[in-house]
Structure formats: C-alpha cells, structure tokens
Design a binder for this molecule. Structure first.
Ligand code: PAF
Length: 308
C-alpha cells in the first residue's frame, strides 16, 4: 500500500512541498525530477495511466486537480462538470502520487487577470474553432501550473491531441523548461475512449457512441491500405458512419496534418505525405444529447496507426 499523497490547497504550500521533496530525494535511487499530471479531476484509468508513467520516469509525482473556469465557454458544462475529490484522492494514493495540488478558483485567479497565453495557428481548427477561447484558457492555466509546480516533465493524454499540440508549441515558443510527454489514448474494452464526461451518457447513447472508435478504426485501415484514397473520401466515410446513428450530432470530422493541424487538399491522395513520412490526424467531435465527445487517430503514414 502506498502512503497517502500530501495535499496542498495553496500555491505557497505546493511550492514548499515540492521543494522539500526535491531536497530530500536529491541523490536518491529514483532521482528528484518532478513528473506532473495536470487534470480537472473525476479521475479514471486514463489519468491513472499518466500517473503510472510519471511515477516510472521520475522520483517525484505531482498531480493537480482543478476545474479551470476560464477554459469553459458561457454555454458549456462548467457547473455540471463531474467532481469527486474523495475518489480522486483514493486513486492518487493507489498510484503512489507524492503531491496533490487542489487549488480553489480564488487561489488560481485572485484578482482581475490581465494576462492570457494565446497560441495561434494550431488553435484555428477542430476544438479551437468550435470552442472559442478554450485553448487560451488551457494555455494560460497550464503556464500558471508549470510556474507553480516547476515540473521536469508533464504528461497529457492523446485523446486531447490538439491540446498536446498547443502545449508543445507553447513550451517551445516560450522556452519553458519542461518536456511535454504525450501518452496513448486509453479505451474501454469495447473501444470507447475514456473521458470524465462519459458519465453523462445514457446506456443507449453510450452504445451508439461506439461508432466513434469504430469509424476511426475503419478509416485508419483505409488510409493504410488504399494508396489513392483522398481526405475528402475519408471524411465522407466517417461522417456517413456517424450520421447513421440517430443520436449522434456531428460537431466536426477532419483529417489534418499532425502536429501542425493544417488542412490537406481534399481531392489529392496522401502520397506526398507518405513519401515524406509525415503524420495525419483524423479527429472528431460528436454530441450525444448534451454530451460532447472527442476522439482521434494519429497515423504516421510510414508506420502502423498510433493511438487507435
Ligand atoms: O486536459 C485537461 O484536463 C485540462 O484541459 C487541463 C490540461 C488540466 C487544463 O485545465
């Protein structure tokens, strides 16, 4: 049984705890690097897999749980976003987390904020287009968390592939001294990508939501096996499969370059990218009732599909 994590609710407390652990573990067998997993809580096996990797690769594992209000739009689900501090702390203890940072909104945003971190280009499409301001909120809070926790590495799930691309660009453009480590999507046995929002789905919606991973798998196989297939055909195939589900309402289905997230010529096959060994992302966002799910497949065109 692992020891319970130390809990910090203020910025001063978490800084103190991390500094102390770094000093205590300097020169120790597993080192004193800090692996950090920022989350919004309601933790599931996907988060657990990030924590396990952080723990394997670092002497100190830090987790933050903060439902960040500035990354939600006015008509989004901030108020009903699921929360469960007790269960989250139990999972953190099971995974051997050293420090959990659990700030309030007042602690993170005490006064009127005049600074926003905005990453352009990679935020123009996908969730950046359908959730205006979302990635400003993500980049701003993650910058603040990096300044507070000062991690060596930070671990993010590839289900939010655009978030990973945005944060990688931010860290590189701003010379932040932290390495972003993208980790594979974790799925249920039937293919549904794990998400805290899955809890909102009715039984019927959950059953129908399997069309997302199924259509990504089918499209990935097509990209791999049909040399002449075009982006337009891929997107039309996935859109058709999803539209066959009466409960699904498509927000977007797009095939873009990865990690730049730039559009491809819809009518031209992928041979240039295949030759240069480039990668593409097939990304989708679909609503079932009021629950919006995202999923994606990233394919290196010279290798086997990733993350599906
Ligand atoms: O992926 C999330 O849970 C959030 O976007 C993050 C990175 C914790 C920032 O609030």
């Amino acid at each position: 049984m692992n020891a319970s994590p130390q809990i910090a609710r203020t910025i001063a407390e978490v800084r103190g705890l991390i500094e102390r652990l770094r000093a205590e573990r300097a020169g120790g067998e597993s080192g004193n690097e800090v692996g950090f997993v920022p989350t919004m809580g309601y933790l599931h096996e996907g988060h657990a897999s990030l924590l396990r990797r952080a723990r394997r690769e670092n002497g100190i594992t830090a987790l933050s749980i903060f439902v960040n209000p500035i990354q939600f739009g006015p008509n989004e689900d901030l108020e009903r976003y699921p929360r469960s501090e007790e269960a989250d702390l139990e999972l953190a203890a099971r995974e051997g987390v050293d420090v959990v940072f659990l700030p309030s909104a007042q602690e993170m945003y005490p006064a009127q904020r005049r600074t926003t971190v905005a990453v352009t280009g990679v935020t123009e499409r996908l969730c950046g287009a359908s959730r205006p301001g979302h990635f400003d909120g993500v980049a701003t809070v993650v910058s603040k968390l990096f300044n507070i926790v000062k991690p060596d590495k930070a671990y993010f799930g590839a289900k939010d592939a655009q978030q990973v691309a945005v944060l990688q660009k931010m860290v590189s453009d701003l010379n932040m001294d932290v390495r972003i480590v993208p980790c594979p999507i974790v799925r249920e046995a039937d293919g549904l990508a794990l998400s805290s929002r899955n809890v909102y789905l009715s039984e019927e919606q959950r059953r129908e939501a399997l069309v997302l991973s199924r259509s990504l798998r089918e499209a990935s196989a097509r990209i791999e096996s049909e040399a002449e297939v075009t982006p337009e055909q891929i997107v039309a195939g996935v859109t058709g499969s999803i539209q066959a589900s009466p409960l699904a309402q498509i927000d977007y289905v797009e095939l873009l370059t990865f990690p730049e997230l730039q559009p491809l010529d819809p009518k031209r096959d992928l041979s240039d990218l295949r030759d240069s060994g480039g990668s593409v992302i097939l990304a989708l966002a679909v609503k079932f009732g009021s629950t919006r799910l995202i999923d994606n497949a990233i394919l290196n065109l010279k290798e086997a599909p990733l993350h599906v």
